[in-house]
Design a protein around this ligand. Structure first.
Ligand code: PBE
Length: 300
């Protein structure tokens, strides 16, 4: 008897979940070019982690374009949640505005467009810089030199990211990329003395772009004898780890706009080795089927 009641209960709850869930998804309508976009998405921008540089820039943009005075809000969540919501919206051709960036596979997998930013709040292009702790040059000149030379292009970063997105381990994807780009990697390591198992710690945030770059540079450092650990954390602790010398360096600093706040806060407490990648971009983005939304000003 008890068994039967249990089964019945499970059946009833599954049945109602299905009814409720399908009810929800049919409630969210397709993008309607004739109606105000704000109304259609409940005046909500789908954001990412609270501490991300892009979230701060987006708050600034909302002020600059007067969206804060309307009822617009920036929803904090996580990159994974944002990407999953984006995927669902695109499947049903529903409207959505996200905090987007490239290099990232979201722009390869989906047809997205950045909204024009006539007030130039997000900046035209971003660089990703290498930042190291004070004193690294003196203590570990070999690591400093390699980190200083590390440089690659957006499409190279994308190729590693794509492999990881397809399920390869980051360390293997980075190793394979190095094998296929040996000449470039040699130019980072050439003439640097081998160190025999010295320890080195890099910090990063677990965004796909940073997973790719950190693993590539860590493998290159291993090839000259470093025992490298890489540690993922949130953005604020990442900058703090360099400033307090708890970590040796990071290759994850999106500048001058995106993480400009952190850069200024910690100024004088790190060495900036300049860009390791040029031509990144950050901004609000929408699926291309949102025909009448082309500029941030169109959200008003
Ligand atoms: N991002 C991706 C990061 C840097 C890499 C744009 C989300 C940010 O700080 O906002």
């Amino acid at each position: 008897m008890k068994k039967i009641t249990n089964k019945l209960l499970i059946f009833i709850s599954v049945f109602f979940s299905i009814v409720l869930l399908s009810g929800c998804s049919s409630q969210m309508a397709k993008y309607n070019p004739k109606e105000s976009v704000g109304k259609q998405i409940n005046y909500t921008i789908t954001g990412i982690e609270a501490g991300a540089g892009e979230m701060a820039t987006t708050q600034k943009a909302m002020k600059a374009y007067g969206l804060d005075k309307g009822n617009w809000q920036l929803q904090t969540s996580s990159t994974a949640a944002m990407l999953s919501t984006l995927g669902k919206s695109i499947r049903y051709k529903q409207p959505i505005v996200i905090t987007g960036w490239t290099p990232h596979w979201m722009f390869t997998k989906y047809k997205l467009k950045f909204l024009k930013d006539p007030k130039n709040i997000y900046g035209k292009t971003e660089d990703i810089n290498t930042i190291v702790r004070k004193g690294l040059k003196k203590d570990k000149p070999e690591a400093y030199e390699l980190l200083n030379r590390f440089h690659w292009r957006p499409e190279q970063m994308s190729s590693v990211m794509l492999k990881v997105n397809h399920g390869e381990s980051p360390r293997k994807a980075a190793g394979d990329w190095i094998k296929q780009n040996q000449a470039q990697v040699n130019s980072w390591t050439k003439g640097i003395k081998h160190v025999h198992g010295q320890k080195l710690k890099l910090t990063y945030v677990a965004w796909d772009s940073e997973i790719a770059s950190t693993n590539v540079v860590a493998n290159a450092l291993r090839s000259i004898g470093y025992k490298v650990t890489i540690q993922a954390m949130e953005l604020q602790p990442m900058w703090t780890s360099i400033a307090t010398k708890a970590a040796d360096g990071t290759v994850s600093a999106w500048l001058p706009n995106t993480q400009g706040l952190y850069y200024n806060d910690f100024k004088g407490r790190f060495d900036d080795l300049g860009e390791n990648l040029h031509g990144a971009k950050v901004g609000l983005a929408v699926p291309t089927y949102m025909k009448n939304v082309n500029s941030i000003s169109d959200l008003k």
